[in-house]
Design a protein around this ligand. Structure first.
Ligand SMILES: NC(=O)c1ccc[n+]([C@@H]2O[C@H](COP(=O)([O-])OP(=O)(O)OC[C@H]3O[C@@H](n4cnc5c(N)ncnc54)[C@H](O)[C@@H]3O)[C@@H](O)[C@H]2O)c1
Length: 334
């Protein structure tokens, strides 16, 4: 699938976080559609270190990259020696996805160090290489701002969302000082799709509910889930946004959502329809404070400046995802 006329063949592409969900999908997109592209993945993969919330410190997994034919560098973006391994390449594009992607990590030191400090170094690498920098921001920058969430109106409610907002500010200042560079931030909303499984309990509710249902269990949702609305976006639309971000009308940070809020109940219902089941939903109390109750990306600026528009409804995305959900059912997340 080509989203525009950019030819990535014979281009050198760095994907940080390429062993993770979105990064590995980007890698396979380039490999399949631009076989002469030179793809380099930089990722620390998973160690056995965990945060106090019980989740792994990084989710990268070799199984996301089975069949990948490009180069892999195992390294930590926080480590300058590791980053120096990139100096032998001349990059045309950098897709910076590596981050602590877990929104419930409250060790502020490591979140800020990983998501903010490393960004300065990666921007400097982009500048030195004259490479376009497309980086992952997040809908978490908005916190509980009323819908539709619009660029310029942020109020993060966790260290993760704050770190991403700081990246946006750094990018904006860097772009101001270096107007010849392409620097685009993409605020992904709730992404779902193949290769997210190894994010464990931080993966989307689509795969988590899918596996509950396939295990013969009733889908479990927070009370009032028909009124908790989110902007769920399928991975292919996220790839589209990354490709279009390489040729923006202007640098900036742009929302990447469908623009259509849907409920968690919708996900459970669509899954049941796809899987041919008819369980009663089980409801339980939401234990979280500051839970986002309604997200809906305003994508007018993304459409105007990137030409981005979501093409995949929740129904279509879940349907395309079902074979992988079935295939991974019962697999150990190790
Ligand atoms: N998936 C979503 O819904 C979503 C939404 C908003 C923003 N994002 C952002 O998109 C990007 C990709 O997210 P994802 O869902 O693919 O998450 P992911 O956790 O699957 O991918 C992140 C990758 O970064 C790697 N990584 C983490 N710390 C690293 C470090 N110090 N050095 C090198 N590599 C490191 C991990 O091993 C992992 O492979 C992240 O920046 C995330 O914050 C994702």
């Amino acid at each position: 699938m080509n989203y525009n006329n950019t030819d990535f063949n014979n281009k050198t592409i760095l994907i940080t976080g390429g062993a993770g969900f979105i990064g590995s999908n980007l890698a396979f997109y380039f490999q399949e559609n631009f076989p002469a592209s030179n793809i380099i993945i930089f990722d620390c993969f998973r160690s056995e270190s965990i945060f106090s919330n019980g989740n792994l410190q990084s989710f990268g997994h070799y199984k996301n990259l089975i069949g990948f034919k490009g180069k892999i560098i195992c390294g930590n973006i926080n480590n300058l020696n590791n980053l120096s391994l990139l100096s032998e390449y001349k990059f045309d594009y950098i897709f910076h996805q590596a981050a602590i992607s877990d929104t419930r990590v409250y060790d502020q030191t490591i979140v800020m160090e990983t998501n903010i400090n490393s960004f300065y170094n990666l921007l400097n690498i982009a500048k030195k290489n004259n490479a376009a920098m497309i980086y992952a921001s997040s809908g978490a920058t908005y916190g509980s701002m009323p819908s539709p969430q619009t660029e310029g109106h942020e109020s993060p409610e966790n260290p993760y969302g704050f770190s991403k907002l700081m990246m946006d500010q750094i990018a904006s200042q860097y772009s101001f000082k270096n107007p010849e560079m392409v620097i685009v931030g993409l605020r992904y909303f709730n992404v779902y799709g193949p290769r997210e499984f190894f994010k464990g309990n931080t993966s989307s509710m689509v795969i988590q509910l899918g596996h509950q249902i396939l295990a013969g269990k009733e889908p479990r949702l927070f009370k009032g889930s028909d009124k908790i609305l989110r902007d769920f976006i399928y991975i292919d639309d996220v790839i589209q946004a990354n490709i279009k971000a390489c040729t923006p009308k202007k640098n900036g940070v742009y929302n990447v959502g469908t623009g259509v809020p849907r409920s968690f109940q919708d996900i459970a219902d669509i899954l049941q329809q796809e899987l041919g089941t008819n369980f009663e939903t089980q409801y339980f109390s939401n234990p979280y404070d500051g839970y986002q109750m309604h997200t809906q990306a305003d994508i007018s600026s993304s459409t105007k400046n990137l030409g981005f528009q979501s093409q995949i409804s929740l129904e279509k995305g879940i349907s395309a995802y079902i074979p992988e959900i079935k295939c991974l059912n019962g697999t150990k997340n190790k």
